[in-house]
Design a protein around this ligand. Structure first.
Ligand code: COA
Length: 417
């Protein structure tokens, strides 16, 4: 049983047209491929050209959501976009999307920026808006959309990607009913990853960012666990994370989910014991943790491994993967989600997968979108990487997609297929 009748009713995604197999990047940079495939858990990396910016990706995902869910746009009372790769310091991505897709003028329209956590902040705010009654029967659309770009030849380069997930949030949570009020937040003021205004690529202290993420997942999971125990969602007798059918973690790169899951388990064990694990206990936990990661978390990595980092959208590609991989058998089961945004803010929350979730998610046509992508070689990747932010490739949008087509009279313009 879920704690609310509010959550995700349907979702749709947008992906860049091209991707780079990760071995091609390893060859290009003279790096041992296993460092990227095994060390980071990467397989393919979406490579957007400047025509596929956060607005184009978000608008494409929303357009597909309207088409596949049959939603009457007039019912949308709130549109929130979580992004950290917006295209303007004042005008939100959400306003572009509202105009491009034709959402009501009476809607509350805004962006949420907090690094990779912005999509989760938007989703929880929209869900609480509906649960509070303020929605007055209307629904919300929440979009997580980002272009994750690092500099060429930097440590972050293999962890790029781009994409958007648009979610219809309503009182018919056919994909995921949220356990509203059962979440753990954890935030600190750190410089692990930041992007001063005007810079195209972020500054990042990569290894420190991993430590900040681990501190955050420990803090947030403690908060979620305490509330889940108090509300009777999990019993105190057994580790709380083990009582979840699956978990999806924010994935800047797939291996991070493994580190996070093992850290959550170890935190739980040590909190229960009131002391650090000894050598024997650590050895036993190594084996148990690895098995639990395979069963509970690996299903969430299907799409992140094919797309790469998508900042705000990464967790929601993870959730989409869980539903796709779990099939109808996952219906009715509780899953956990952990969102992390550098800077930092994070939150762990849970929800119950709907009985028809896999059928609803299948409408997003993700297999077709993946199959339609074009692989790049190293040279093609370098050509796209060298394009200026205002220099989209001169090509028509893919069917059903929007593209940025340049700046005219100081204003960004978009084309639709
Ligand atoms: N075969 C298998 N594994 C290998 C390998 C090889 N030939 N060579 C290295 N590895 C492993 C390393 O042991 C390491 O694994 P571990 O983390 O489990 O110890 C992993 O590959 C990465 O190697 P490392 O040397 O740490 O990589 P790096 O210094 O180039 O940077 C990041 C890795 C993640 C810090 C970097 O990609 C980055 O800055 N990313 C952007 C920021 C980010 O994503 N932060 C995450 C939190 S938000």
């Amino acid at each position: 049983m879920s704690l609310s009748d509010v959550g995700i009713e349907a979702l749709a995604v947008a992906l860049p047209r091209r991707y780079l197999p990760i071995e091609a990047l390893a060859r290009l940079r003279g790096v041992e491929p296993a460092k990227l495939t095994v060390g980071l858990g990467a397989r393919e990396m979406a490579v957007p050209d400047p025509g596929e910016d956060s607005v184009a990706l978000a608008a494409t995902a929303v357009q597909r959501l309207l088409a596949t869910s049959g939603l009457d746009p007039a019912r949308v009372g709130l549109l929130a976009v979580g992004t950290e790769s917006g295209v303007d310091s004042a005008k939100p991505v959400a306003s572009f999307v509202q105009g491009l897709v034709g959402l009501p003028r009476e809607a509350r329209v805004f962006d949420v920026q907090h690094a990779c956590y912005g999509g989760t902040a938007a989703l929880l705010a929209a869900s609480e808006w509906i649960a509070s009654g303020a929605a007055d029967g209307r629904v919300a659309i929440v979009v997580a959309a980002d272009v994750a770009r690092y500099g060429a030849r930097t440590a972050g380069e293999p962890t790029q990607g781009a994409g958007a997930v648009a979610m219809l949030v309503s009182e018919r949570p056919e994909v995921l009913a949220l356990d509203l009020g059962v979440s753990g937040a954890f935030a600190t003021d750190v410089h692990d990853f930041w992007r001063p205004v005007g810079r195209r690529e972020p500054l990042v202290d990569g290894h420190y960012s991993i430590q900040c993420y681990l501190d955050a997942v420990a803090g947030a999971s403690r908060g979620w666990r305490a509330r889940a125990e108090r509300r009777g969602l999990v019993t105190k007798g057994a580790p709380a994370s083990a009582q979840l059918a699956r978990l999806a973690y924010h994935v800047p790169f797939c291996k991070m989910a493994r580190k996070a899951h093992l850290h959550v388990r170890r935190t739980e064990l040590e909190d229960r014991l009131g002391r650090p694990l000894d050598a024997d206990e650590l050895a036993a936990e190594d084996a148990a943790g690895a098995a639990s990661f395979e069963r509970q978390v690996v299903p969430s990595l299907e799409l992140p491994a094919r797309i790469g980092n998508t900042y705000t959208a990464a967790l929601y590609f993870g959730l989409t993967s869980l539903v796709r991989q779990g099939g109808p058998a996952l219906g009715g089961q509780r899953v956990g989600l952990f969102s992390y945004g550098s800077g930092c803010a994070s939150e762990m929350y849970s929800g119950v997968v709907g009985a028809r979730a896999s059928e609803v998610v299948a409408r997003a046509g993700i297999d077709d979108l993946l199959a339609a992508r074009e692989p790049l070689d190293g040279e093609g990747y370098e050509r796209i990487l060298a394009l200026g932010a205002g220099e989209p490739l001169d090509e028509a949008p893919a069917p059903g997609a929007f593209r940025f087509r340049g700046v005219v009279d100081d204003k960004r313009t978009y084309a639709r297929a």
